[in-house]
Design a protein around this ligand. Sequence first.
Ligand SMILES: [Zn+2]
Length: 275
Amino acid sequence: MQFALVNGERSEARPGERGTCETCGAEMVAKCGSRVINHWAHASKTDCDPWWENETLWHREWKNLFPEECREIHHVSSDGEIHRADIKTPTGIYIEIQHSPMSDFERIAREKFYKNLIWIIDGRGFRKNFDIYHMLPAPESELAQDLVWSKAKRSMQGAAAGLFFRVSANQDYQPGATKETLRGGYIESIHTIKDKIEETYRGHHQYDWVRPRKTWLDAECPVYIDFGDDYLVKLEVYDETALPCIRFVSKKKLLHDSVTETSADSIASCFYPFP
Ligand SMILES: [Zn+2]
């Protein structure tokens, strides 16, 4: 942990210091050295917050993007359960910074507990299993209403490059077809409409996550993957065909919105032109 109470004050770990845990009141010892980031650890095994994972440099760098009073914040549920969130913004959004894989059971419990929550997960360990493919037009654009995309897979190079059916062009083939029902017809390649897509583009792409960490695909709260770039990758569902997609969201945008919006779902929901 980054903070413990020393003489009643929230303090960072310094060599040789002792303090108490803000969550459980147990004794904490400062762990400082060249091989670890300075942190506090419980002096003896305790049943303090079981959801807490050991802090990595990656955790610490994320937390440090927020003011100190937003980090390691307790939340107590109505039945007295207590946990410590990585970040709680001044507008009431909880942010959990997650490095390790997580079970469905724990993911669901944490979503129920915090409710107004976003996940930021460390993607650096599975980047090679995560392909990001062609651009998609903004889902609310007129263009998008007419297109049914072939789902991209690493093993299907064509679809990964961008193939689609048009609802309007396939009414002879399948009269009355809509986006939900159209299942085939005259197939087109993205190259014919690339300019039009670029006009409406705001960060959506097809992707394939080979051997995915499935719990994140089922999450109820927004999931942002950090691959170590300036842009985070948000997992989304694109349209009424339930096409999975990702959206690039800049870290700056996420940081800005998380302290101005009051609802986790509103983060990155309001758009400015994408650079
Ligand atoms: Zn504790």
